[in-house]
Design a protein around this ligand. Structure first.
Ligand SMILES: *[C@@H]1O[C@H](CO)[C@@H](O)[C@H](O)[C@H]1NC(C)=O
Ligand SMILES: *[C@@H]1O[C@H](CO)[C@@H](O)[C@H](O)[C@H]1NC(C)=O
Ligand SMILES: *[C@@H]1O[C@H](CO)[C@@H](O)[C@H](O)[C@H]1NC(C)=O
Ligand SMILES: *[C@@H]1O[C@H](CO)[C@@H](O)[C@H](O)[C@H]1NC(C)=O
Ligand SMILES: *[C@@H]1O[C@H](CO)[C@@H](O)[C@H](O)[C@H]1NC(C)=O
Ligand SMILES: *[C@@H]1O[C@H](CO)[C@@H](O)[C@H](O)[C@H]1NC(C)=O
Length: 776
């Protein structure tokens, strides 16, 4: 036994290639020369005995396959498997236990040529002529599976009209081809498709620099996307602008049906998602039949009266089989024409996104619409919107709950009568007894509640810790009506409005994803309690009970800056208010950075986190969360869509975060205060001919002193020009790529106050790297 171990080490050849007279036994791996990649057998589920040949990052601690050879044909006993160059020159995987070919590169190789398979340090596995490295017969970059690595091409072949495709895994453990794929259309758009057919997302056309609908995919400081168009093919490829700090990045066609850009951050030892499209609930049929998608939780549930068809698949993030009825419908008989059983009922689902394959019927009322559905045995749901009736037949797909957008409404779902609570059975003695018992329990319950409320009222709202109140969970639950009046929701948790018994309005934030102990939480929170400034939201209390962690703030009647800045043409904020808001935010941040006992970096400055009081004074909210959440914070933050546009480059590159990261975000937000639009949105909105990324355009115009064109159109030029010039210059100083070039918040305040001259800033390096011209 002992002698086997050293023997195995001796025979393991730490090689990067397989030649025709060698073979790679199942228990040995290839290593690329620079040590970035490894090829061998892997499994994502040790108990399954399903093994795959794959390539993964050698230096990444979390096993992350970037390519899989036999993705649909796993083998069970790797000791009986052999990867070798077969007599025809192809690289092939042989299962000797059943003596069969499991997988082959299947390339056309001129007879009698000898071949070698080499794992390159960029993750590409190449089958080529041993004497001529340009004579390539096959390579994994031309046959990608689910990932798109730097250097790999997503191409469209103009002669065969076929696009290279990357296809999601079937589920989080099974690399077999799933339902979602990414490919290119002829007209240079990148698209996502369900089951190789239905397109559910497009990138918008390429404009030479970026995808029109997708600025954040390309205008980041990380990736440089290139489009190449020849007479035979067109393709996209990407490289990392700087691969020294963060060498590993890839786009992946995820099992969620989203295209994601991932970056390995060694500091956190985890993959950070820097981009994902589309929104989870916009992925076609993601939740399967009768599943309903929730965007906030990015997850699926079954609609009422239904259960998961395959809980095993759901647990592995494959919801495609959806949900099945718990109780069969009884009204229709098998022939679908006669009505036999108890009349089916309809369950009301409000604020849902309606499936798009409904059929409109010409009927005049809600009741007629219901009848039309009821008397058609294949009708599963209806919706009546006051003017029109829509009915659905068969399976329902693409439902989304808590949906307020277009195509939403109230859906009435057909269920067996016994599913619905107001179902009365004919009276029986046992039913009566049960009813009486239930009724008396309810009465008893009410008495109990009254008693507890009376007792609790006496003790509530009294536990004061320093300047802060330690609230009871049940009290917060009550004053917020069980958190029903939602003011907003983000990745750190939702905020609800509440009213204290003394009629003070409060905002209660329920933190999610916090694994901090109660004692540590209290310590951190009490430090936050000492921070007070006219431009910071006043923090008045907290709650830490069991797993619950809540923070309580003053309620701000004018909501958040984004709601005032970006929406509609009524009550547009005038220039002097905007300037006052910018200055107030700067002062609040200066206080956090420079005037507190301990410097606090906000880390998530964006319009959603600026609240406005009754006089439109800005108050910075959510400060201190970075400290409270610790390492969780950066993960949550960087995996958030939307926020990415405000994040300083050092967040992504993994350098230490300093207060200058807030300065960067402030600069991005200041540009939005000037233009009244989201930096990212403007790009999508502007016409095809003159697409531009607003911050880049602003940087150019600031240099040429033509800043009037940057002002929000809705202000019709009504702004103090001196202030506009200052604001634009300050913003561009703040978004410089190099931290050392950005001003401190203190300097920003003095510049906005007009106490310090502001010179003309250089064009930020990220835009220079992207080669933006001075047009527009
Ligand atoms: C190998 O390629 C040929 C055509 O080049 C194709 O007909 C055949 O199905 C392929 N075999 C496998 C196992 O992929
Ligand atoms: C292939 O090689 C064999 C021996 O090495 C030789 O006899 C045969 O003629 C060659 N065939 C071709 C097509 O070159
Ligand atoms: C190597 O292969 C390439 C591609 O097949 C070919 O163009 C080139 O002439 C070959 N070079 C030599 C030295 O044979
Ligand atoms: C995908 O499409 C194929 C034919 O194009 C069809 O046979 C198959 O059932 C579809 N898959 C699903 C899950 O609908
Ligand atoms: C970094 O980029 C350079 C130049 O593009 C390349 O030669 C090198 O292999 C890359 N390093 C890694 C780890 O990808
Ligand atoms: C109501 O539904 C009908 C189709 O059933 C549609 O044509 C109409 O636009 C809808 N009206 C509103 C206000 O949504």
């Amino acid at each position: 036994m002992l002698s086997i171990v050293p023997l195995a080490i001796c025979s393991s050849h730490a090689s990067d290639s397989i030649t025709s007279n060698q073979s790679l036994p199942g228990d040995q791996n290839l290593f690329s020369v620079g040590g970035n990649f490894e090829l061998g057998f892997f499994t994502k589920n040790k108990a399954s005995s399903k093994f795959y040949i794959g390539i993964w990052y050698k230096r990444v601690s979390e096993l992350t396959p970037v390519w899989v050879a036999n993705r649909a044909t796993p083998v069970s006993d790797i000791t009986k498997c052999l990867l070798h160059i077969s007599p025809d020159g192809n690289l092939a995987l042989l299962d000797q236990s059943i003596n069969s070919l499991v997988w082959s590169t299947n390339a056309t190789i001129p007879s009698n040529s000898s071949t070698v398979a080499v794992l390159q340090d960029n993750g590409n596995l190449v089958l080529r002529d041993p004497d001529n490295s340009s004579n390539i017969f096959w390579q994994s970059f031309d046959n990608p599976t689910h990932m798109w690595l730097p250097g790999c091409k997503i191409s469209f072949n103009k002669i065969t009209k076929v696009s290279r495709r990357i296809i999601s895994w079937k589920n989080s453990e099974d690399p077999a081809p799933g339902l979602f794929s990414n490919s290119n259309l002829e007209d240079t758009q990148n698209v996502l498709q369900w089951n190789m057919s239905k397109i559910y997302w497009t990138s918008g056309p390429w404009n030479g620099l970026i995808f029109t609908k997708l600025p954040e995919m390309t205008s980041q400081y990380l990736f440089k996307l290139t489009f190449v168009n020849t007479s035979e093919e067109s393709y996209f490829t990407f490289s990392l602008l700087d691969n020294t700090t963060t060498p590993y990045a890839a786009y992946v066609m995820d099992v969620s049906g989203q295209m994601k850009a991932l970056l390995w951050l060694e500091v956190n030892r985890q993959w950070t998602q820097i981009f994902a499209a589309p929104a989870q609930c916009d992925v076609t049929k993601f939740c399967g039949p009768f599943g309903i998608c929730n965007e906030l939780r990015e997850s699926c549930l079954c609609v009422k009266g239904f259960s998961q068809r395959s809980p095993k698949d759901w647990a592995l993030s494959d919801h495609s089989l959806g949900c099945v009825r718990d109780i069969q419908l009884q009204y229709c008989d098998g022939t679908g024409s006669d009505y036999v059983g108890e009349r089916d009922k309809f369950f009301q689902m409000s604020s849902v996104r309606l499936p798009d394959d409904g059929q409109s019927l010409q009927v005049g009322s809600d009741d007629e619409c219901m009848q039309a559905c009821l008397y058609n045995c294949s009708c599963t749901a209806y919706s009546y919107n006051g003017t029109g009736c829509t009915v659905w037949y068969g399976d329902l797909y693409n439902l989304q709950d808590q949906y307020e957008g277009s195509g939403g409404g109230t859906l009435y779902l057909r269920l067996a009568a016994s599913e619905l609570p107001n179902h009365h059975k004919k009276g029986s003695v046992s039913g009566l007894v049960a009813g009486l018992v239930a009724a008396s329990l309810v009465c008893f319950g009410i008495v109990c509640t009254l008693v507890t409320i009376r007792i609790r009222r006496r003790r509530a709202f009294k536990l004061v810790m320093g300047p802060l109140v330690a609230f009871r969970y049940s009290d917060l639950q009550r004053v917020t009506k069980n958190f029903s009046d939602k003011l907003g929701a983000g990745s750190f948790g939702s905020v609800s409005k509440g009213v204290l018994p003394d009629s003070t309005a409060i905002a209660v934030k329920k933190l999610e994803g916090l694994r901090q102990g109660e004692k540590q939480f209290r310590t951190e929170v009490s430090t936050l309690g000492t921070i007070q400034h006219v431009n910071l939201v006043r923090f008045c209390g907290f709650c830490a009970e069991g797993k619950e962690r809540l923070l309580v703030f003053d309620y701000m009647p004018n909501g958040s800056l984004d709601s005032r800045l970006f929406r509609g043409n009524d009550n547009v904020l005038d220039w002097s208010t905007r300037y006052r808001i910018a200055l107030g935010i700067a002062r609040g941040l200066e206080y956090l950075h420079e005037k507190c006992r301990e410097c606090i970096i906000h880390c998530d400055i964006k319009p959603e986190n600026i609240l406005l009081d009754a006089e439109f004074n800005p108050k910075v909210a959510d400060f201190g969360l970075a400290k409270l959440l610790g390492r969780e914070f950066s993960h949550v933050l960087t995996s958030m869509r939307g926020t990415i546009g405000y994040l300083a480059p050092e967040w992504i590159t993994g350098l230490a975060i300093t207060p200058k990261a807030d300065v960067y975000s402030f600069g991005m937000m200041l540009l939005e205060i000037i233009s009244g639009k989201r930096n990212t949105e403007q790009l999508a909105e502007s016409g095809e001919s003159d697409d531009y990324y607003f911050p880049a355009v602003a940087a150019v115009n600031v240099r040429e002193d033509t800043v009037q064109c940057l002002l929000d159109d809705r202000l019709q030029g009504n702004a103090n020009m001196d202030e506009l010039i200052i604001a634009c210059r300050v913003a561009c100083w703040c978004i410089q790529g190099l931290e050392s070039q950005r001003p401190t918040m203190g300097l920003v305040v003095r510049m906005l106050e007009g106490l310090t001259e502001v010179s003309i800033p250089p064009i930020p390096s990220i835009f220079r790297a992207l080669d933006i011209d001075a047009e527009n």
